[in-house]
Every structure is written in C-alpha cells, then in structure tokens.
Ligand binder design. Structure first.
Ligand SMILES: [Zn+2]
Ligand SMILES: [Zn+2]
Length: 109
C-alpha cells in the first residue's frame, strides 16, 4: 500500500523542493503528493515553510490586492483546481490571491 503510493509520488518528488523536510509526517506527505490529502494534511501543509514562502511570493506577485475585487484586507492564497495536484511543487500559476470575502464566495460557504 505504502509502496504503491511511493511509486506514484516518486516522479513528483523529483520536482519538489524537500517535501520530507517540512516537518510533515511521511504518510501525510505521500497523501499530499498523490492528491489523496485530508483536511488535516492540508492544515499541516499550510504551516510548512515551503508553503509560507510560496504564499509570500504569491501575495507579492498580486501586489497585495485581491485578484477578484481589487481590495486589500484579509488576503488569502487560494489553490486553483490544478494546484491541489501540485502540492510541494506549485508555481504561481497554480495559485491566486483573493480576499476572505471573495474566497468564501468561491467555495460557496
Ligand atoms: Zn476580494
Ligand atoms: Zn480556496
């Protein structure tokens, strides 16, 4: 079971920067890499150093404005649909920056 996941993740791991060195348990890293992540896995992910740096770069690239309404407060970095399949190796094209209000509307809750 783990072996199959490792094989599936192997190709992706090569494109990632140190996914196992982010303080996230190994099984969670494998789930994140193979798009089988749980909410708890994502919670951990959003605290790791790779994500925090990426998040900063996304905010800077957006000029610290919401891409939908152009307002500034409470910005959040959101994965575009393909972005969830690219955990640990996202580029800025896999993300967008939205304010809390627009983000809620986007997810419909
Ligand atoms: Zn907005
Ligand atoms: Zn989102």
């Amino acid at each position: 079971m783990e072996q199959a996941m490792v094989e599936k993740a192997q190709e992706k791991i090569q494109e990632c920067r140190d996914p196992f060195g982010q303080g996230i348990p190994r099984d969670a890293v494998l789930r994140l890499l193979t798009n089988q992540h749980t909410q708890a896995d994502r919670k951990r992910y959003y605290r790791c150093e790779w994500w925090r740096e990426l998040r900063e770069r996304a905010l800077e690239a957006a000029g610290h404005f919401c891409r939908l309404c152009g307002r500034r407060p409470h910005l959040q970095v959101h994965h575009l649909p393909q972005g969830y399949k690219r955990m640990f190796r996202e580029t800025l094209a896999d993300l967008t920056v939205v304010c809390r209000h627009c983000h809620k509307g986007h997810h419909g809750h």
